[in-house]
Design a protein around this ligand. Structure first.
Ligand code: DP6
Length: 326
């Protein structure tokens, strides 16, 4: 029986994918740019099985955290595998096992790393069964991964990934060895999934002009990074996630992920920035948690922020690519 085990990282978008072209297989209404979170990974083990339907089970391994996928989540994952099987012309059946190396109860999304890992595992397995000329082309694999979950297409490239239309590609930017911290404000499952959020935001009056605003910021942020202008980068990244959260709040029906805890963290980040005139890039996804990215020369601040937020919240802190969970 053939078996492969593959892992893929998560990523955090600084310019967000929010809004997609209906029925397009997750083609975005604007380009997005992300930093790859090498420490937050999903592991997928794919095993060929004798006949029957494709199945999903949690991947049980000592160093991994067991995940529970809802019935809907399992079906979506299996559907992605079936789409990949069709592309390769593979008829066999498989067992998918998956797990994360980070706790599933910390409110961190794992769809990017999960779908990227499944795509890569399938590519490795199917190239052995029915090799295709495009089977190792990372851009094409990124395109396939996108069809499973949009943001996963960026997880195939590191440290920076730019996704504009069909697929993501690597982007060479100045800041490479960033240190990542997540202030865990809310660890329960979110009520509105990001897939639902993509639909709802199109009802917001602020969605008009949103693709243009995001594209403009994408250009400005790339330039700021190219010119080593961290202060400008921070401002653009801040404006961008606030813009996305305003879309949520002005949709019909409106919804919000921002809790009092998130607001407190953001306020503290602002105050610390004002005090030191420097600090991390701050961003939020479709959730209440706050992500911070520090430059390599900001290690002292990294420690100070960790100490500061540890008093009231759970903090996950990753110095470089070494695992360091608190
Ligand atoms: C807020 O990739 O989860 O994290 O394509 O429907 O699976 P689907 O959506 P998903 O959306 C992620 C949205 C975001 C911003 C981002 O990662 O760019």
């Amino acid at each position: 029986m053939k078996q492969v085990t593959v892992s893929a990282p998560s990523n955090i978008a600084l310019i967000k994918y929010m809004g997609k072209i209906e029925g397009s297989g997750n083609k975005p209404t604007n380009g997005s740019l992300s930093y790859t979170l090498e420490n937050l990974r999903t592991f997928v083990r794919l095993t060929e099985i004798e006949g029957g339907a494709d199945q999903w089970k949690p991947f049980v391994r000592e160093d991994l955290q067991k995940i529970e996928l809802s019935e809907k989540g399992q079906q979506r994952f299996i559907r992605h595998l079936q789409n990949l099987k069709d592309k390769w012309g593979v008829k066999k059946s498989f067992l998918i096992e998956s797990a994360n190396n980070f706790p599933s109860d910390c409110g961190l999304a794992s769809s990017a790393s999960s779908f990227a890992a499944l795509t890569l595992a399938a590519a490795e397995m199917f190239q052995q069964i029915n090799p295709q000329p495009w089977g190792a082309d990372k851009k094409y694999l990124s395109e396939l991964s996108r069809q499973g979950s949009g943001s996963s297409c960026r997880s195939l490239f590191t440290p920076w990934a730019l996704w504009q239309h069909e697929y993501a590609e690597p982007m060479g930017l100045e800041f490479k060895d960033l240190h990542h911290m997540v202030v865990i404000v809310e660890d329960s499952k979110k009520e509105v999934s990001s897939s639902e959020a993509h639909k709802l935001v199109t009802t917001s009056p602020r969605f008009e002009g949103r693709p243009e605003r995001a594209e403009m910021r994408l250009k400005d942020l790339s330039n700021a990074m190219r010119f080593n202008d961290w202060h400008l980068a921070r401002q653009i990244v801040w404006d961008e996630f606030i813009d996305m959260h305003r879309l949520f709040e002005t949709s019909t029906p409106s919804f919000s992920y921002m809790t009092d805890g998130s607001k407190k963290v953001l306020e503290d980040c602002q105050n610390l920035w004002n005090k030191w005139q420097d600090g991390p890039l701050v961003t939020m996804d479709a959730g209440a948690n706050v992500h911070l990215l520090f430059r390599n020369d900001q290690k002292k601040q990294f420690e100070q922020y960790r100490e500061h937020f540890k008093k009231d919240f759970k903090v996950l802190a990753f110095e470089g690519v070494k695992d360091n969970v608190h």
